[in-house]
Design a protein around this ligand. Structure first.
Ligand code: PLP
Length: 424
Protein backbone atom coordinates (compact mmCIF):
# COMPACT_ATOMS: atom_id res chain seq x y z
CA UNK A 1 0.00 0.00 0.00
CA UNK A 2 1.07 3.56 -0.61
CA UNK A 3 3.30 4.87 2.15
CA UNK A 4 2.16 8.46 1.71
CA UNK A 5 -1.12 7.45 3.30
CA UNK A 6 -0.06 6.03 6.68
CA UNK A 7 -2.05 3.16 8.12
CA UNK A 8 -4.00 3.95 11.21
CA UNK A 9 -2.03 1.92 13.80
CA UNK A 10 -4.91 0.42 15.79
CA UNK A 11 -6.80 -0.70 12.70
CA UNK A 12 -3.67 -2.31 11.31
CA UNK A 13 -2.77 -3.91 14.64
CA UNK A 14 -5.94 -5.87 15.18
CA UNK A 15 -6.35 -6.78 11.55
CA UNK A 16 -2.94 -8.42 11.77
CA UNK A 17 -3.47 -10.03 15.18
CA UNK A 18 -6.95 -11.23 14.32
CA UNK A 19 -9.87 -12.08 16.44
CA UNK A 20 -8.95 -14.26 19.45
CA UNK A 21 -11.77 -16.72 18.79
CA UNK A 22 -11.06 -17.02 15.11
CA UNK A 23 -7.37 -17.57 15.39
CA UNK A 24 -7.25 -20.08 12.54
CA UNK A 25 -8.14 -17.31 10.15
CA UNK A 26 -5.69 -14.68 11.33
CA UNK A 27 -5.29 -12.73 8.11
CA UNK A 28 -7.74 -10.77 6.03
CA UNK A 29 -7.74 -12.89 2.88
CA UNK A 30 -8.06 -16.11 4.89
CA UNK A 31 -11.33 -14.74 6.21
CA UNK A 32 -12.37 -13.55 2.74
CA UNK A 33 -11.69 -16.98 1.23
CA UNK A 34 -12.89 -19.35 3.97
CA UNK A 35 -15.36 -17.70 6.29
CA UNK A 36 -19.05 -18.42 5.85
CA UNK A 37 -18.40 -21.74 4.15
CA UNK A 38 -19.83 -24.94 5.55
CA UNK A 39 -19.28 -28.49 4.32
CA UNK A 40 -21.69 -29.41 1.55
CA UNK A 41 -23.72 -32.60 2.26
CA UNK A 42 -22.53 -33.96 -1.13
CA UNK A 43 -18.96 -32.80 -0.54
CA UNK A 44 -19.00 -30.23 -3.32
CA UNK A 45 -15.94 -28.02 -2.95
CA UNK A 46 -17.90 -24.79 -3.44
CA UNK A 47 -21.34 -23.92 -2.19
CA UNK A 48 -23.86 -25.01 -4.86
CA UNK A 49 -26.30 -22.57 -6.44
CA UNK A 50 -29.38 -23.78 -4.54
CA UNK A 51 -31.88 -23.08 -7.33
CA UNK A 52 -34.86 -24.24 -5.34
CA UNK A 53 -37.81 -22.12 -4.31
CA UNK A 54 -38.84 -24.42 -1.48
CA UNK A 55 -37.39 -27.03 0.92
CA UNK A 56 -38.96 -30.35 1.92
CA UNK A 57 -39.62 -32.14 5.24
CA UNK A 58 -38.86 -35.74 6.23
CA UNK A 59 -42.17 -35.84 8.03
CA UNK A 60 -45.06 -33.51 8.87
CA UNK A 61 -43.73 -32.98 12.39
CA UNK A 62 -40.48 -31.61 10.97
CA UNK A 63 -42.49 -29.00 9.04
CA UNK A 64 -44.20 -28.15 12.31
CA UNK A 65 -40.88 -27.73 14.12
CA UNK A 66 -39.43 -25.59 11.31
CA UNK A 67 -42.42 -23.27 11.09
CA UNK A 68 -42.53 -22.84 14.84
CA UNK A 69 -38.80 -22.08 14.93
CA UNK A 70 -38.00 -25.09 17.19
CA UNK A 71 -35.74 -26.51 14.49
CA UNK A 72 -33.40 -24.53 12.29
CA UNK A 73 -33.72 -25.18 8.58
CA UNK A 74 -34.73 -23.68 5.30
CA UNK A 75 -38.39 -23.32 4.40
CA UNK A 76 -38.83 -21.11 1.35
CA UNK A 77 -36.16 -19.13 -0.54
CA UNK A 78 -37.75 -15.74 0.04
CA UNK A 79 -37.06 -16.46 3.74
CA UNK A 80 -33.54 -17.79 3.29
CA UNK A 81 -31.43 -20.09 1.11
CA UNK A 82 -28.11 -21.90 1.73
CA UNK A 83 -26.34 -19.94 -1.04
CA UNK A 84 -27.49 -16.65 0.53
CA UNK A 85 -26.33 -17.86 3.94
CA UNK A 86 -22.73 -18.31 2.80
CA UNK A 87 -22.63 -14.78 1.33
CA UNK A 88 -24.29 -13.29 4.44
CA UNK A 89 -21.88 -15.00 6.81
CA UNK A 90 -18.84 -14.07 4.77
CA UNK A 91 -19.75 -10.37 4.72
CA UNK A 92 -20.58 -10.47 8.45
CA UNK A 93 -17.14 -12.01 9.13
CA UNK A 94 -15.38 -9.37 7.03
CA UNK A 95 -17.23 -6.48 8.66
CA UNK A 96 -16.33 -7.75 12.15
CA UNK A 97 -12.85 -9.19 11.59
CA UNK A 98 -10.62 -7.83 14.33
CA UNK A 99 -13.38 -5.47 15.48
CA UNK A 100 -14.02 -4.75 19.15
CA UNK A 101 -16.52 -2.32 20.55
CA UNK A 102 -16.54 -1.37 24.25
CA UNK A 103 -13.89 -4.04 24.79
CA UNK A 104 -15.85 -6.98 23.36
CA UNK A 105 -15.79 -8.67 19.97
CA UNK A 106 -18.69 -7.65 17.77
CA UNK A 107 -21.08 -10.17 16.25
CA UNK A 108 -23.45 -9.20 13.46
CA UNK A 109 -26.09 -10.84 11.29
CA UNK A 110 -26.65 -10.00 7.64
CA UNK A 111 -29.67 -10.34 5.37
CA UNK A 112 -28.90 -10.52 1.67
CA UNK A 113 -31.14 -8.50 -0.65
CA UNK A 114 -31.85 -8.19 -4.36
CA UNK A 115 -30.05 -4.83 -4.46
CA UNK A 116 -28.44 -2.19 -2.30
CA UNK A 117 -31.68 -0.22 -2.55
CA UNK A 118 -33.63 -3.28 -1.38
CA UNK A 119 -31.42 -3.47 1.72
CA UNK A 120 -31.79 0.29 2.38
CA UNK A 121 -35.57 0.01 2.06
CA UNK A 122 -35.69 -2.78 4.65
CA UNK A 123 -33.45 -0.70 6.92
CA UNK A 124 -35.78 2.31 6.71
CA UNK A 125 -39.00 0.37 7.18
CA UNK A 126 -37.50 -1.60 10.07
CA UNK A 127 -36.43 1.46 12.03
CA UNK A 128 -38.85 4.28 11.21
CA UNK A 129 -42.50 4.99 11.71
CA UNK A 130 -44.80 7.91 11.04
CA UNK A 131 -43.51 11.06 12.75
CA UNK A 132 -39.87 9.96 12.82
CA UNK A 133 -37.05 11.76 11.03
CA UNK A 134 -33.78 10.75 9.38
CA UNK A 135 -30.70 12.93 9.84
CA UNK A 136 -28.20 12.64 6.99
CA UNK A 137 -25.36 14.36 5.11
CA UNK A 138 -26.13 15.98 1.75
CA UNK A 139 -23.97 13.91 -0.59
CA UNK A 140 -26.02 10.74 -0.87
CA UNK A 141 -26.30 8.02 -3.49
CA UNK A 142 -29.09 9.09 -5.90
CA UNK A 143 -31.47 6.23 -5.11
CA UNK A 144 -31.09 6.75 -1.36
CA UNK A 145 -31.79 10.44 -1.77
CA UNK A 146 -34.91 9.68 -3.83
CA UNK A 147 -36.12 7.30 -1.10
CA UNK A 148 -35.48 9.79 1.72
CA UNK A 149 -36.74 12.95 0.01
CA UNK A 150 -39.60 11.68 -2.17
CA UNK A 151 -40.82 8.25 -1.11
CA UNK A 152 -40.70 8.33 2.68
CA UNK A 153 -42.25 11.80 3.30
CA UNK A 154 -45.78 10.83 2.12
CA UNK A 155 -45.56 7.98 4.67
CA UNK A 156 -44.97 10.56 7.40
CA UNK A 157 -41.20 9.98 7.66
CA UNK A 158 -39.24 13.23 7.48
CA UNK A 159 -35.60 14.14 7.09
CA UNK A 160 -33.01 16.74 7.92
CA UNK A 161 -30.16 17.02 5.45
CA UNK A 162 -27.14 18.91 6.78
CA UNK A 163 -23.38 19.14 6.45
CA UNK A 164 -22.45 16.51 9.02
CA UNK A 165 -18.78 17.37 8.79
CA UNK A 166 -19.72 20.17 11.15
CA UNK A 167 -20.01 18.22 14.41
CA UNK A 168 -21.32 21.17 16.43
CA UNK A 169 -24.13 21.65 13.97
CA UNK A 170 -24.87 17.92 14.03
CA UNK A 171 -25.11 18.05 17.83
CA UNK A 172 -27.37 21.13 17.76
CA UNK A 173 -29.73 19.37 15.36
CA UNK A 174 -29.83 16.21 17.46
CA UNK A 175 -30.42 18.22 20.62
CA UNK A 176 -33.19 20.30 19.09
CA UNK A 177 -35.24 17.69 17.30
CA UNK A 178 -36.48 14.77 19.40
CA UNK A 179 -38.15 13.15 16.40
CA UNK A 180 -34.81 12.16 14.83
CA UNK A 181 -34.70 8.39 15.02
CA UNK A 182 -32.03 7.43 12.47
CA UNK A 183 -28.65 8.91 11.61
CA UNK A 184 -27.82 7.73 8.10
CA UNK A 185 -24.18 7.97 7.01
CA UNK A 186 -22.57 7.30 3.66
CA UNK A 187 -18.79 7.74 3.63
CA UNK A 188 -16.90 8.24 1.38
CA UNK A 189 -19.61 9.59 -0.89
CA UNK A 190 -20.29 10.54 -4.45
CA UNK A 191 -19.04 12.45 -6.41
CA UNK A 192 -16.54 14.59 -4.49
CA UNK A 193 -15.48 11.80 -2.09
CA UNK A 194 -16.68 13.68 0.97
CA UNK A 195 -16.22 11.82 4.26
CA UNK A 196 -18.00 12.13 7.59
CA UNK A 197 -16.58 11.09 10.95
CA UNK A 198 -18.27 7.79 11.85
CA UNK A 199 -16.86 7.64 15.39
CA UNK A 200 -17.79 11.17 16.48
CA UNK A 201 -21.21 11.17 14.85
CA UNK A 202 -22.07 7.77 16.33
CA UNK A 203 -20.99 8.97 19.77
CA UNK A 204 -23.29 11.98 19.45
CA UNK A 205 -26.19 9.91 18.13
CA UNK A 206 -25.92 7.50 21.08
CA UNK A 207 -26.25 10.42 23.51
CA UNK A 208 -29.64 11.20 21.98
CA UNK A 209 -30.79 7.56 21.54
CA UNK A 210 -30.59 7.74 17.79
CA UNK A 211 -29.95 4.60 15.68
CA UNK A 212 -26.94 4.80 13.33
CA UNK A 213 -26.61 3.16 9.91
CA UNK A 214 -23.65 3.44 7.54
CA UNK A 215 -23.49 2.73 3.81
CA UNK A 216 -20.01 1.19 3.44
CA UNK A 217 -20.21 0.51 -0.31
CA UNK A 218 -17.37 2.77 -1.50
CA UNK A 219 -14.90 1.69 1.18
CA UNK A 220 -15.68 -2.04 1.60
CA UNK A 221 -14.84 -3.70 4.95
CA UNK A 222 -11.23 -4.05 3.80
CA UNK A 223 -10.77 -0.29 4.05
CA UNK A 224 -13.29 0.67 6.74
CA UNK A 225 -15.27 -1.23 9.38
CA UNK A 226 -18.03 0.99 10.81
CA UNK A 227 -19.03 -1.53 13.53
CA UNK A 228 -15.74 -0.58 15.22
CA UNK A 229 -17.41 2.72 16.18
CA UNK A 230 -20.66 1.24 17.47
CA UNK A 231 -22.94 1.85 14.49
CA UNK A 232 -26.08 -0.30 14.60
CA UNK A 233 -26.35 -1.20 10.93
CA UNK A 234 -24.06 -1.43 7.93
CA UNK A 235 -25.45 -1.41 4.40
CA UNK A 236 -23.77 -2.42 1.15
CA UNK A 237 -24.58 -2.39 -2.47
CA UNK A 238 -22.77 -5.70 -3.08
CA UNK A 239 -23.10 -4.86 -6.80
CA UNK A 240 -19.89 -2.85 -6.47
CA UNK A 241 -16.52 -3.86 -4.97
CA UNK A 242 -17.80 -6.89 -3.00
CA UNK A 243 -18.93 -8.65 -6.17
CA UNK A 244 -16.03 -6.94 -7.89
CA UNK A 245 -16.72 -8.01 -11.47
CA UNK A 246 -19.97 -6.27 -12.33
CA UNK A 247 -21.84 -9.56 -12.77
CA UNK A 248 -24.82 -9.11 -10.43
CA UNK A 249 -26.94 -6.59 -8.57
CA UNK A 250 -27.18 -7.21 -4.82
CA UNK A 251 -27.27 -5.67 -1.38
CA UNK A 252 -26.98 -6.51 2.28
CA UNK A 253 -28.21 -5.12 5.57
CA UNK A 254 -26.09 -6.13 8.59
CA UNK A 255 -27.15 -5.48 12.18
CA UNK A 256 -25.41 -5.62 15.55
CA UNK A 257 -28.54 -6.70 17.42
CA UNK A 258 -28.38 -10.31 16.21
CA UNK A 259 -31.56 -11.36 18.01
CA UNK A 260 -33.58 -8.56 16.42
CA UNK A 261 -32.06 -9.31 12.99
CA UNK A 262 -33.08 -12.97 13.33
CA UNK A 263 -36.61 -12.23 14.47
CA UNK A 264 -38.39 -8.93 13.73
CA UNK A 265 -36.13 -7.73 10.95
CA UNK A 266 -36.08 -11.16 9.30
CA UNK A 267 -39.88 -11.23 9.34
CA UNK A 268 -39.95 -7.77 7.81
CA UNK A 269 -37.32 -8.52 5.14
CA UNK A 270 -39.02 -11.73 4.02
CA UNK A 271 -42.40 -9.97 3.90
CA UNK A 272 -41.12 -7.00 1.89
CA UNK A 273 -39.81 -9.59 -0.58
CA UNK A 274 -36.54 -7.95 -1.57
CA UNK A 275 -34.63 -11.23 -1.28
CA UNK A 276 -31.51 -12.09 -3.30
CA UNK A 277 -31.36 -14.97 -5.79
CA UNK A 278 -29.00 -17.95 -5.56
CA UNK A 279 -27.10 -17.29 -8.81
CA UNK A 280 -26.26 -13.69 -7.87
CA UNK A 281 -25.32 -14.82 -4.36
CA UNK A 282 -22.92 -17.36 -5.88
CA UNK A 283 -21.30 -14.70 -8.08
CA UNK A 284 -20.93 -12.50 -5.01
CA UNK A 285 -19.27 -15.27 -2.97
CA UNK A 286 -16.75 -15.95 -5.77
CA UNK A 287 -15.96 -12.25 -6.10
CA UNK A 288 -15.44 -11.64 -2.39
CA UNK A 289 -12.65 -14.22 -2.11
CA UNK A 290 -10.33 -11.86 -3.98
CA UNK A 291 -11.45 -8.68 -2.23
CA UNK A 292 -8.12 -7.97 -0.52
CA UNK A 293 -5.95 -8.58 -3.57
CA UNK A 294 -8.28 -6.56 -5.77
CA UNK A 295 -8.58 -3.67 -3.31
CA UNK A 296 -4.82 -3.45 -2.84
CA UNK A 297 -4.33 -3.12 -6.57
CA UNK A 298 -7.31 -0.75 -6.99
CA UNK A 299 -5.91 1.48 -4.24
CA UNK A 300 -2.32 1.43 -5.45
CA UNK A 301 -3.43 2.33 -8.99
CA UNK A 302 -5.79 5.02 -7.71
CA UNK A 303 -3.03 6.79 -5.79
CA UNK A 304 -0.79 6.89 -8.86
CA UNK A 305 -3.61 8.02 -11.13
CA UNK A 306 -4.61 10.76 -8.66
CA UNK A 307 -1.06 12.16 -8.66
CA UNK A 308 -0.90 11.98 -12.45
CA UNK A 309 -4.18 13.90 -12.81
CA UNK A 310 -3.22 16.40 -10.13
CA UNK A 311 -0.13 17.35 -12.15
CA UNK A 312 -1.94 17.47 -15.50
CA UNK A 313 -2.43 20.91 -17.11
CA UNK A 314 -5.92 20.06 -18.45
CA UNK A 315 -7.20 19.21 -14.96
CA UNK A 316 -8.17 21.96 -12.53
CA UNK A 317 -8.97 19.84 -9.48
CA UNK A 318 -8.80 16.23 -8.24
CA UNK A 319 -11.14 15.05 -5.48
CA UNK A 320 -9.32 12.23 -3.73
CA UNK A 321 -8.62 11.92 -0.02
CA UNK A 322 -5.18 10.52 -0.81
CA UNK A 323 -4.15 14.04 -1.85
CA UNK A 324 -3.25 16.75 0.68
CA UNK A 325 -5.75 19.11 -0.96
CA UNK A 326 -8.91 17.16 -0.03
CA UNK A 327 -10.76 18.87 2.85
CA UNK A 328 -11.84 15.55 4.40
CA UNK A 329 -8.45 13.86 4.23
CA UNK A 330 -8.11 13.91 8.05
CA UNK A 331 -11.39 11.99 8.40
CA UNK A 332 -10.33 9.40 5.81
CA UNK A 333 -6.94 9.03 7.54
CA UNK A 334 -8.67 8.36 10.83
CA UNK A 335 -11.17 5.71 9.77
CA UNK A 336 -9.93 4.20 6.51
CA UNK A 337 -6.98 1.99 5.78
CA UNK A 338 -6.48 3.68 2.41
CA UNK A 339 -8.46 6.34 0.48
CA UNK A 340 -9.81 3.74 -1.94
CA UNK A 341 -10.38 3.53 -5.67
CA UNK A 342 -13.00 6.23 -6.26
CA UNK A 343 -12.19 9.77 -7.26
CA UNK A 344 -13.43 12.61 -9.41
CA UNK A 345 -11.68 15.40 -11.26
CA UNK A 346 -12.57 18.60 -13.04
CA UNK A 347 -11.56 19.42 -16.57
CA UNK A 348 -10.74 23.04 -17.34
CA UNK A 349 -12.70 22.89 -20.61
CA UNK A 350 -16.09 22.28 -18.92
CA UNK A 351 -18.99 20.48 -20.59
CA UNK A 352 -17.49 20.15 -24.07
CA UNK A 353 -14.15 19.20 -22.53
CA UNK A 354 -15.91 16.41 -20.65
CA UNK A 355 -17.69 15.13 -23.75
CA UNK A 356 -14.51 15.21 -25.85
CA UNK A 357 -12.52 13.46 -23.13
CA UNK A 358 -15.12 10.70 -22.73
CA UNK A 359 -15.23 10.13 -26.49
CA UNK A 360 -11.48 9.72 -26.76
CA UNK A 361 -11.11 6.95 -24.15
CA UNK A 362 -9.78 3.74 -25.69
CA UNK A 363 -9.25 1.21 -22.89
CA UNK A 364 -11.09 2.76 -19.94
CA UNK A 365 -14.84 2.27 -20.11
CA UNK A 366 -17.60 4.91 -20.43
CA UNK A 367 -20.30 3.89 -17.99
CA UNK A 368 -21.82 4.51 -14.59
CA UNK A 369 -21.46 2.11 -11.61
CA UNK A 370 -18.20 1.18 -9.90
CA UNK A 371 -16.30 -1.57 -8.17
CA UNK A 372 -15.30 -3.58 -11.25
CA UNK A 373 -11.83 -4.70 -12.34
CA UNK A 374 -11.88 -2.30 -15.29
CA UNK A 375 -11.52 1.46 -14.99
CA UNK A 376 -14.93 3.09 -15.38
CA UNK A 377 -15.54 6.74 -16.06
CA UNK A 378 -18.70 8.77 -16.14
CA UNK A 379 -19.43 12.41 -16.92
CA UNK A 380 -22.38 13.38 -14.70
CA UNK A 381 -23.16 16.64 -16.57
CA UNK A 382 -23.80 14.80 -19.86
CA UNK A 383 -24.98 11.47 -18.38
CA UNK A 384 -26.62 10.87 -14.95
CA UNK A 385 -27.28 14.55 -14.17
CA UNK A 386 -27.99 15.85 -17.70
CA UNK A 387 -31.52 17.00 -16.84
CA UNK A 388 -30.79 18.25 -13.30
CA UNK A 389 -30.90 22.09 -12.94
CA UNK A 390 -27.50 23.79 -12.59
CA UNK A 391 -28.02 25.12 -9.02
CA UNK A 392 -29.11 21.65 -7.94
CA UNK A 393 -25.98 20.10 -9.50
CA UNK A 394 -23.69 22.65 -7.90
CA UNK A 395 -25.09 21.80 -4.49
CA UNK A 396 -23.54 18.35 -4.96
CA UNK A 397 -20.30 19.65 -6.44
CA UNK A 398 -21.24 18.47 -9.94
CA UNK A 399 -19.66 21.00 -12.28
CA UNK A 400 -19.87 20.74 -16.08
CA UNK A 401 -16.35 19.38 -16.40
CA UNK A 402 -16.51 16.88 -13.54
CA UNK A 403 -15.51 13.29 -14.36
CA UNK A 404 -16.08 10.45 -11.93
CA UNK A 405 -13.72 7.51 -12.00
CA UNK A 406 -13.48 4.03 -10.52
CA UNK A 407 -9.82 3.16 -10.96
CA UNK A 408 -9.54 -0.47 -12.03
CA UNK A 409 -6.89 -3.13 -11.54
CA UNK A 410 -5.37 -2.93 -15.03
CA UNK A 411 -1.70 -2.10 -15.53
CA UNK A 412 -1.47 1.40 -14.10
CA UNK A 413 0.67 2.72 -16.96
CA UNK A 414 -2.03 1.65 -19.44
CA UNK A 415 -4.65 3.54 -17.41
CA UNK A 416 -2.47 6.65 -17.26
CA UNK A 417 -1.61 6.45 -20.98
CA UNK A 418 -5.28 6.20 -21.91
CA UNK A 419 -6.25 9.16 -19.71
CA UNK A 420 -3.29 11.15 -21.02
CA UNK A 421 -4.17 10.68 -24.70
CA UNK A 422 -7.84 11.46 -23.96
CA UNK A 423 -6.88 14.68 -22.14
CA UNK A 424 -4.97 16.01 -25.17
C1 PLP B 1 -24.94 1.56 -6.04
C2 PLP B 1 -25.10 2.12 -4.69
C3 PLP B 1 -26.27 1.93 -3.94
C4 PLP B 1 -27.48 1.21 -4.50
O1 PLP B 1 -27.20 -0.12 -4.75
P1 PLP B 1 -27.92 -1.03 -5.88
O2 PLP B 1 -27.26 -2.34 -5.73
O3 PLP B 1 -27.69 -0.36 -7.20
O4 PLP B 1 -29.37 -1.04 -5.52
C5 PLP B 1 -26.32 2.44 -2.66
N1 PLP B 1 -25.30 3.13 -2.13
C6 PLP B 1 -24.16 3.36 -2.83
C7 PLP B 1 -23.06 4.14 -2.19
C8 PLP B 1 -24.02 2.87 -4.12
O5 PLP B 1 -22.89 3.10 -4.81
Amino acid sequence: MDKSFPLSPDIHEDIISGHPERNILTGWSSVAVHSGHSQDPNYAHLVPIYASSTFVYDEAEQGMRRFSGKEEGYIYSRWGNPTFTEAENKIAALETFGVQYNGSPVEVKGILHASGMGAITTLMVANLKQGDKILTHFSLYGGTEELITNILPPLGIGHIIADLRDLNKAEDILKEDQSIRLLYLETPANPTIQCVDIEELTRLAKQYNVIVACDNTFATPFLQQPFRYGVDFVIHSTTKFLNGHGTAIGGIMLGRDVERMKTRIHVLAKTLGGNANPFDAFMLISGMKTLEVRMERHCQNAMEVAHFLNDHPAVSKVNYTGLESHPDRHIALKQMRHPGAMMSFELKRGLQGGIDFMNKLRMCVRTVSLGTCDTLLSHPASMTHYSVPKEEKEKYGITDGLIRMNVGIENVQDIINDLDQALK
